[in-house]
Design a protein around this ligand. Structure first.
Ligand SMILES: Nc1nc2c(c(=O)[nH]1)N(C=O)[C@@H](CNc1ccc(C(=O)N[C@@H](CCC(=O)O)C(=O)O)cc1)CN2
Ligand SMILES: Nc1ncnc2c1ncn2[C@@H]1O[C@H](COP(=O)(O)OP(=O)(O)OP(=O)(O)O)[C@@H](O)[C@H]1O
Length: 206
C-alpha cells in the first residue's frame, strides 16, 4: 500500500490537483528502481490474463514516459495466437477522439501528437479487449490518465469492451474521486497484483 498523496476525505480533487497528481505519478514511475524485474513480473501477469481472456481483437498502445511497454510481450503472445488481431491507437487532437488501427509487430510507426508513436495503416478495428495505460489507479479499477479524456470518450458507449489497465504498484492511489465520465477498468495489472472488480472472479493458472 502506498501513502495517500491527498486527504482521502477530500470531497473532490480539484483539476489543478489532478494535474499535480499526474506529474507526481509520472515522476515516480520514471524513477522506479529494479525496472527489468518489474517489467518481467508485469509481462508474466499480462501473459496469464491474455491466456485466460483469449481476445479476438486486442487494442494496445505504444509506451511513453515510463509506461509499461506491452509490445514485446504481445509480440510473443501473438506468435502463438495468429488468430488475434492487434490494433494501436491513433488520436485526433482536434476532436480529442481515438481510433484503433490494425498493426503487426515490425510494421512502421510514425510519431503522432504528444510524441506517441502511431500506426500508419488504415484498417480501423473495434477491439474486444483493450490494454489501457494508467498514470494512476484505485483498486476498484478507477483510472487516472493524462487528462485528455481519450479513453473515457472512446469507452463511453462501448461498455462491452473488456478493459485491462496497466500500471505500476507505485501509482496505486488510496482514493481517487470518481468523475461522472470515468469508465472503470475491468482489471488493472501491476507488477505486484491484480485489481478491479473482475480480479476476484478471474482464475489464473500458474
Ligand atoms: N502510450 C499511450 N498512448 C496513448 C495514451 C496514453 O495514455 N498512453 N492516451 C491516453 O489518453 C492517448 C493520448 N492521450 C494524451 C492526452 C494528453 C496528453 C498530455 O500531454 N497532456 C498534457 C496535460 C495533462 C494535464 O492536464 O495534466 C501534458 O501532459 O502536458 C498526452 C497524451 C492515446 N495514446
Ligand atoms: N465521454 C466524454 N465525453 C465528453 N467529454 C469527456 C468524456 N470523457 C471525458 N471527457 C472530458 O475529458 C477531460 C479529461 O478527462 P479526465 O481528466 O478523466 O482524463 P483522463 O482519463 O485522465 O485522460 P486520458 O484518457 O486521455 O488518459 C475532462 O474535461 C472530461 O470532461
Amino acid at each position: 500500500m502506498n501513502t495517500p498523496l491527498y486527504d482521502p476525505l477530500s470531497p473532490e480533487l480539484p483539476q489543478h490537483l489532478r494535474a499535480d497528481l499526474r506529474r507526481e505519478l509520472i515522476a515516480r514511475r520514471q524513477a522506479l528502481p529494479d525496472l527489468p524485474r518489474r517489467q518481467t513480473e508485469l509481462a508474466e501477469r499480462l501473459l496469464q490474463v491474455l491466456d485466460a481472456l483469449e481476445p479476438e481483437t486486442l487494442g494496445a498502445y505504444c509506451a511513453t514516459r515510463g509506461e509499461f511497454d506491452p509490445l514485446p510481450t504481445l509480440e510473443k503472445w501473438l506468435a502463438a495466437h495468429p488468430e488475434c488481431t492487434l490494433a494501436l491507437p491513433r488520436v485526433d487532437e482536434a476532436t480529442k477522439t481515438m481510433t484503433f488501427i490494425a498493426w503487426k509487430p515490425g510494421e512502421p510507426l510514425r510519431p503522432g501528437p504528444y510524441d506517441i508513436a502511431e500506426p500508419v495503416g488504415d484498417a480501423v478495428i473495434e477491439p474486444t479487449t483493450l490494454l489501457v495505460p494508467c498514470v494512476g489507479f484505485a483498486d476498484v479499477g478507477l483510472r487516472l490518465g493524462y487528462g485528455g479524456g481519450y479513453y473515457d470518450r472512446y469507452l463511453s458507449g462501448r461498455e462491452e469492451v473488456y478493459t485491462v489497465g496497466l500500471s505500476w504498484a507505485c501509482c496505486e492511489l488510496q482514493q481517487l474521486d470518481m468523475q461522472p465520465h470515468d469508465q472503470l477498468m475491468d482489471l488493472v495489472l501491476t507488477e505486484d497484483g491484480l485489481y478491479g472488480l473482475d480480479a476476484l472472479s478471474l482464475t489464473l493458472v500458474d
